[in-house]
Write a protein that binds this ligand. Sequence first.
Ligand SMILES: Nc1ncnc2c1ncn2[C@@H]1O[C@H](COP(=O)(O)OP(=O)(O)O)[C@@H](O)[C@H]1O
Ligand SMILES: [Mg+2]
Length: 651
Amino acid sequence: MSGAPPVDAGPELIEREQESAVLDALVDRLREGGGAVVVRGEAGIGKSVLLQRVRRRAEAQGARPLFTVGVESEAELPFAGLNQLLRPVIGALAQLPESQRQTLEAALGLGVDLKPDSFRVAVAAFQLICESADSVPVVLIVDDAHWLDGSTLSVIAFIGRRLEAEHVALVAAFRSGQSTSLDDARLATLDLERLSASAAARLLDRTAPELHPVLRARVLAESSGNPLALVELARSMGRSGEQLSPPSTTLTSRLERAFASRLRDLSPNTRAGLLAAALDSRASLNEIARSSRARVESLQPAVDAALVEIVDDGVRFRHPLIRSAVRQAASAQQVLEMYRALAEVVADPERQVWHRAMAATGPDESIASALEQHARLAAGRGAVTVAGAALERAAALTADSPRKGARLVAAAEIAYELGLVDSARRLVDEAKAFDLGARDQARLDWFRQISSGSVWFESGAAKTFVTIAQHLRDAGDADMALRSLVPIAHRCWWTRTKTRTREYLVEAALAMGTADDDPRVLAVIGLAHPEETGPAILKRVSQLRLHEMTDPIAAMYVGIAAEKAGDFASGVRFLASAIDGLREQVRLVPLTQALVHYAWAAIHAGEWPAAAAAAHEAAGLARDTGQPQYGLTADLIGGLATALRGTEPHL
Ligand SMILES: Nc1ncnc2c1ncn2[C@@H]1O[C@H](COP(=O)(O)OP(=O)(O)O)[C@@H](O)[C@H]1O
Ligand SMILES: [Mg+2]
């Protein structure tokens, strides 16, 4: 369900004074500057009520709350959460510079295709929020962040790290034990603990004053300070069968059972409606009624039992555990049938394709290719994680071996680009069992080498890489062939490597069928064998006209080659131009790399403050873009600049 929670006075929170004070301070000082706080805790501990409190506080302070919530589901829709978050300020889009406006329109499905780079979306969304915060401070409230689509979550993590100088605050809640990209965003975190015994007793007496003393003691013991358990177990305690059931292993599953026991009192029609709503959080009342073959009114008993609310033409569960209880209470057959029914009634093609995918019990090429198409559209909107999820599911539903392998390789490629090393490794492992076409086989081999990390120590790695590059070239992908040599060339630069190996790499790069002054070739040969290729590189670099280069990646490669050949001044010049271009295009992954190389060249050119500033920026970006090796190198150069200057850098 998409609507924000209703704003009411809200129940008086018991305890949580300290947490409230931290969040109040964040909201109250918004006119001076912003910040981010992550709220973490188990299900039912009181994250959502605390966020509601933030919302009221923001409104009382004249700030504008923007809200989004993640919903558990296997379907990934591109920027679903971001859409909800930005909807109230979408009018300010017109104030953004043209390219950013287009980026956001593409991301939100309102415009033409975008070059797949989710960071551009992050930067544009950030810009839009800051723009709107110029007139009224903004409080971003994100509930159940662990269930947001991956693309939205990375945008939010990106924004969360940049709020100090803005009139924008972010408060995001997620369930402990669920890992999200907010974990390593290094944001201030509030861990919500269970209530004290006396607070738990106060809450119970407020919500269930009539409870029999024996049951009261049992509820207090079983819920051990979890507020939702206090409220819910008191309600379900004493119901038939409840008292006799064995205790569950965790409080969360105990709670789900308590909710499930309340479902049993509902009619099959009501339960079918709830199941439809549980499987598709965006279903309208009409879609719920049609897929459950029941009238909208049959949801009323669930509303009366305080399990759900009807909001904005849809159903919202009062707590996510009710949603999971509904799902678990249904048989596997019922779930499959409901997905099938939803696929028939839902008009939105993106939701429809996921419902079909969930309803499939075996390989199905028509669904798999529809998912592949969905992946392509999602990638075109910059929603790369969504594309990855769709490709992976498409592969699972594919019977044809080369096609299945190709889909897995494509998913692995996305995972690798996003820095999700574990997923990339898993996908690559899966893909290797299938027959692949020549190009996919070569790409797979490359990902296997890269994700195993063996490029840094294995002997014979140069031969492996060169063979892969030759296969890529023979399969018609000269660009990837040349880029595939960059990691092994880097190894030559950083480690002691035999002259023979260096020469072998240089020859291989020159035999890729591109011009000798191709920037990618220059970078590879400069990294691989600078003593030997240095003079030729310096000559070529001196002939290249920087102002004629339109591609910042090409400028970056030339800069790297110049710097490795010892011409630090040219390195600085080309890399500075690459940085400008990449910054303009908001391509943060290569921008990080260009900044690190620039910092390295600038250190050697004696431009220490510029080196320190670039290293500092690169270190932050490396975290954002999942490139730890560049982050560490940036830290190293930053340290070096400090040492050379003999003072702390003032940045
Ligand atoms: N500190 C508190 N004082 C009073 N009631 C609380 C408190 N924390 C949570 N509750 C109640 O417990 C229930 C679960 O809280 P909720 O915020 O939905 O948990 P979460 O979002 O962490 O799963 C709600 O009914 C809420 O009103
Ligand atoms: Mg919650």
